[in-house]
Design a protein around this ligand. Structure first.
Ligand code: HAM
Length: 417
């Protein structure tokens, strides 16, 4: 009979993976807390219209990558493909802006995009991200970029590059878009039918095209948006750069960095890693000053980023959580196992120790081998003899020394271990 396998583009995380994930997750929680950010958790599914209105109907995500279905109540629902729109929805719905003038939030969780799976690209993947609501100032942009860059550095990612840009406000964009359309219309026959549609409906999305002809055409003919942004926007961007210089964060100004989602305004940024293959973007983000209002909330400046956890793992390519336990209880026979379980529980509760008890009724030799496999610091060896004598042997697995300990003293023995 055929066995049932996981869905293409999704992955099982086995215990050997999970210990690395847990270490990364706790590094992320600790890191974000140091900046005073608070965690938010939103549902895995949302109304489809949230992403259509929020991310943009012409984006690749909404156009071809969403897992959507009609539920029994005739509502179109979607597994979240990104988390900015859901966090904005929650911010508006719970009126978080009324509680605090500034809300600094972070999240960590699974997302779903029906992309072609390859190294670093899955259909179910995970992101860590932050979203800040309330500050229009360049200091906020600098703080968010600092967080993204220094978190990746602190995890041990050395070969990373930060690119930043500004795409100005929605108002300046109208002028740029019409110029872009005028120029590229002369070359529309060079474009694929999808890119021709993009040219007509949302020319900025041409920058997401994977077609080499389109990429070449944009490089040769398209002016960069930077030339069309206002004086205020230039000043904002230049302040962000000055602050990044002061914080010693190296960056490159890439005038062609647009990002593939419609909600961005002003500052955009991306961090890539040389150690990844073609899917080299670890993190992307930017300002989205119009999105809260566009989704029905009050005018609210906002900025954030998200980083792909799988890509961080790939770029790290090391085990950064060494698995070890404090005590392995070697127990021979059911009476010994029962006693072993009692003292294990006392040691866990009293001293917070990690204690594993034998439950396979293996030979003494196999149990000692298991203790070594688990990198136990100590073994407590309990056999029928030990139960009769009311003593047990404690073996220090690091230096090999052994002590015979009275049954009544065994818990206290570990007081300072
Ligand atoms: P994004 O650029 O679509 O931005 O995704 C951010 C990161 O998620 C990427 O740089 C990548 O590391 C990871 N990622 C995306 N798709 C996949 C995939 N199929 N498989 C594995 N990893 C993937 C956003 O999602 C925005 N919401 C970021 C943001 C937050 N902007 C402002 N606030």
């Amino acid at each position: 009979m055929n066995i049932i396998r996981n869905i293409k583009g999704s992955k099982d995380l086995l215990p050997s993976d999970v210990c690395n994930w847990q270490a990364l997750e706790s590094a992320i929680h600790n890191f974000t807390k140091k900046f005073g950010y608070k965690e938010i958790r939103t549902p895995i599914f949302e109304e489809s219209s949230l992403f259509e209105r929020g991310v943009g109907a012409d984006t690749d995500i909404v156009n071809k990558e969403m897992y959507s279905w009609m539920d029994q109540g005739n509502k179109s629902l979607t597994l979240r493909p990104e988390l900015t729109a859901p966090v904005v929805r929650a911010y508006i719905q719970h009126e978080l802006g009324k509680l605090n003038p500034i809300n600094k939030l972070y999240y960590l969780g699974p997302l779903f995009r029906r992309e072609r799976p390859q190294k670093g690209r899955q259909r179910q993947f995970h992101q860590f991200g932050v979203e800040v609501f309330g500050s229009p100032f360049p200091e906020q942009d600098a703080e968010v970029i600092l967080m993204a860059y220094s978190l990746l550095k602190s995890l041990g990612l050395n070969q990373i590059n930060l690119e930043i840009n500004t795409i100005g406000s929605q108002d300046n964009r109208a002028e740029y878009i019409s110029i872009l359309q005028n120029i590229l219309n002369d070359y529309r026959t060079h474009l694929s039918s999808l890119d021709q549609q993009r040219l007509d409906k949302n020319p900025l999305r041409l920058f997401d095209s994977k077609d080499p002809k389109c990429i070449e055409l944009l490089e040769d003919k398209a002016p960069t948006m930077y030339k069309y942004i206002s004086k205020d926007d230039r000043e904002h961007f230049s302040s962000v750069c000055t602050m990044l210089d002061a914080l010693s964060i190296p960056y490159v100004h890439n005038e062609r960095l647009v990002r593939g989602l419609d909600y961005y305004t002003h500052t955009t940024f991306e961090i890539t890693s040389k150690s990844l293959g073609s899917q080299d973007a670890i993190c992307g983000g930017g300002r989205y000053d119009g999105l809260v209002e566009q989704l029905g909330g009050p005018v609210t400046p906002a900025i954030g980023f998200a980083a792909g956890i799988e890509r961080i793992m790939l770029a790290l390519d090391t085990d950064f959580a060494g698995e070890s336990i404090d005590i392995f209880i070697v127990a021979m026979g059911s009476e010994a196992i029962q006693f072993g379980m009692q003292i294990a529980q006392e040691l866990r509760l009293k001293y917070n120790l990690v204690v594993v008890v034998e439950t396979l009724q293996r030979s003494l030799r196999s149990q000692m081998r298991e203790a070594n496999r688990l990198s136990a610091k100590y073994c407590i060896i309990i056999g029928q003899d030990e139960i009769n004598k009311a003593t047990m042997m404690v073996k220090n697995m690091q230096d090999g020394s052994q002590d015979d300990i009275n049954k009544s003293d065994i818990i206290n023995y570990f007081i300072n271990k």
